[in-house]
Design a protein around this ligand. Sequence first.
Ligand SMILES: [Zn+2]
Ligand SMILES: [Zn+2]
Length: 748
Amino acid sequence: MTSLVRDLINTVHGAGDTSHSVDAHMQKVLDQLAQLHGQAIENLDAAQARVQPSPADAVSALLRAQGRTHSPESLIPSVKSEDRSIPGVNGTLEIRIYTPEGKGPFPVVVYFHGGGWVIADKDTYDAGARGMSESAAAIVVSVDYRRAPEHRFPTAWNDAIAAYDWVTTNALALNGDPERVALAGESAGGNLAVATAIAARNRGTNKAVGVLAIYPVAQTGNTATQSYDDSAHARPLNKAMIAWFLDKLVTSPADKADTRLDLINADLVGLPPVTIINAEIDPLRSDGEMLEMALKEAGVDVTRKVYTGVTHEFFGMAAVVPKAQDAVEFAGAQLKRVFNGAVLADAGHTRAAHAGAQPRARLEPKDPGAARLKAIGYAAKHSFSDLKPFKFERQAARADEIEIDVLFCGVCHSDIHQIKNEWSNTVYPCVPGHEVVGRVTRIGSTVTRHAVGDLVGVGCMIDSCRQCEPCLAGDENYCEGPNSWLATYNGPMIPAAKAPGGKNTYGRDNTFGGYSNVLVVQEDFALKIPANLRPEVAAPILCAGVTTYSPMKHWGVKPGDRVGIIGFGGLGDMAAKIALAMGAEVTLFTTTKEKLAEAGRLGAKAVLESDKQAFEAHEGKFDFILSTIPKKHDINPYIPLLKRDKTLCVVGALEPMEGVNNQIVAFHRKNVAGSLIGSLQDTQEILDFCAQHDIGPDIELIDIDQINEAVKRAIDGEVRFRSVINMASIAPDDPNATVEDSAIFVVE
Ligand SMILES: [Zn+2]
Ligand SMILES: [Zn+2]
C-alpha cells in the first residue's frame, strides 16, 4: 500500500543510503587524526589503547597547525573549571565541575564521557562538556567512572548513580539548583545517562528533569542494524572497536540483556524529556533511532537530531567543525527547555503539559456497548522488532459492515516500509496486511452487497469520507476528507494530529490489518473475488495488481502500445502480465541478468539497466513507462525513451526522488507522474480482468510463523514471487501471544 503522503519530508535518515559524504571540516579532523598514526585499538590491550591519539588530540593538532589557541580555557573563556574528588561506591571518584558566567544558582548537568567504558576520561571529553556548560548556562559535572576490564559491568553504572546522588545532594554548595538536575553523556556515557535516569525514576526521589544522550549505546545485542552495516568501517569508531569494548566490559553474554545495557527493552515509561543527538557516519546511529522509537512508544517526550556528514565524537569538535558548534547549541537549547519546564512545574504547572508529552491516545470504541470479536494477529511493536503473535479485539460489524474470516493475506513491500517506519508515520503496535481474501461470516443489518459465505477481498482501504469530490467521483484512494481514507492498517491516512481541528472522523487512530484471523470492513470496501480466480492468487491483486493497473487504465494503455516497466519484482511482474494481457508490447528494465530469461517466458522483452546501447535504441519508442522500484531511484535515463506527450509514472517509490532533468522532459512535452493504488472500481475491474485472462502473481504460500523470514527475503532482493500467508496457520489461542498493556485495544 500506500501509506505515504503524510510526513514523507520528515525522514531524517536515508534508509538504505550507504554513501555518506563527509563534511569538509570533519574531513580535516579525520585527516589530522590519521596523521597522528594511532594503532587500531582492537589489536591492543586496554593500557595500550588508552594512550592512542584521540579525536580530541586531532582537534588540538589542527588548531595548532592553524596557529590558533588550543587550550580549553581560552577556547571557551566564559566557563571556569575545577577538579575534585567525591566519595563513590568504593573509594573516590574524580570529577570536573564546569561553571558558566553569571551569578546562579545554576541548573546542573551530570555528564558521563564516552570511550566504550574502557578508554578515555574527562580530559578527552573536556570540550563537549565545557561547551555544554556555556550553551545551557548550567553547571556541568563530568564524572570519571571506573572503567573495564579492571572494573567490568555494572561497576560504571553504579558509579554513575553514586555521582548523580552526590550532585543532587551537594548542588546548593556548588551554586547549583537541586531541583533542576539533568543527565547527559556521550556514547557509552549516553547509555549511562539514560540508565541513571531510569534508576532515579525507579527510586522516585531526585528524579532528573531531562536527559541528553549523544550518540548513545542503546543496545549491544543486535549488531546487524543499518548503521552497523553502513558505518562498519567508519572512523573514529567502527564495528570491530565496539566488539572489542564489549569484550572488555561484559562478564557473560547475559550482561548484554541486562536492561541497563539493553535500554531499548528497559521500562522507559515516566522518564523525563530525552534529547538524542546522532552523527550520520556512526555505527551507533541506528541505536539512537531505536531508542527514540522505544521512548516514543513509552510515551516519553523525545527529540532526536541526526547531523549529516559527521562522525562519532564530533560533538567535542566545535572549535573546528561548525556542525559540532550547532550541536552544542542545540544541546544547550534542549537543556534550557527542560530546566524551564522544571521551573514551571515548581510554579504549580504540570511538567508534562509544558514539555508537550503526548502519550499515544488510546482508542475509544465508537459504540462501547457493541459486541466485540476476539482477534489474533502478528504485530510489530517497534520499527526494529520482529512480528510476533498479538491478541486484540475488534468491534463487531456495525449496520453497514461485514465480518470476514481471513483466509489469505499477501506480503507487500509497503507492509515492510510500514513495519520499519520508513515513512515516519507508523502507529504501533502495527498489524500489517492489506491484500486480504476472506470469507464473510456475518453482515450488518443494512448490508446489501454481500452475503454470509461470500468470498471477498479487501485492499488498502476499509473506508473513506464518501463525501468529498474525489470520493463522489469514485476516486476513494484520493479522498480529500479531513482524515483522507481509512487504511486497512495504521489508521486514517491523515491522523488527528495532522487533521484540521485535530479531528478524527473515523473515531480511531490505529487499525489492524490482514495479518490476523478476522477483519471487519465497510461493505463497499470489500470486493468480489471471481469464482475462477484462486483466492490465494487474488490476494496480491488487491494491491500490487490495482497499483499497476490503475495508472495503465488512467493513461489509456491499449493494444499495440509499447509499455516499459522499470523493476521486475512483485509489482513489475504484475504490471508486465497486465500490460501483456491488454495487448501491449512490453519491455522490462531490470538490474538482474537472470531475469532476462524470465521476462522472455512471460512474452516480454527485457533490457538490462546497464545496457547503454539498448537505451539508445529505445529512444522515443514508448507510449507509457511504469516505474515499480520500491525505493528512490534515478528515472532520468528512462525519460528519453518516451514518445512525445507520453507519460512515465512512478508507483513503487513513495519518497522524495532525485530531480528530473527538465530539458529532457520539456523537449518532447513529456510527463512524469505518480499514482497511488487505485479506486474501488479499479480494484474490482482488475480482479475480474485477471480472472478473465487467467493471469495473476506468482506466489509462494507461507505459514504465519514464517513471516519474519519472508520479510527478510523481500528486503534482501527483488523478489518476484509474492509471499502469501495462509491464515489457517494462525493459532487463535497462541499461548505466546502478547496482549497490549492492561487494556485490550478495540479497533473496529
Ligand atoms: Zn501493498
Ligand atoms: Zn473522501
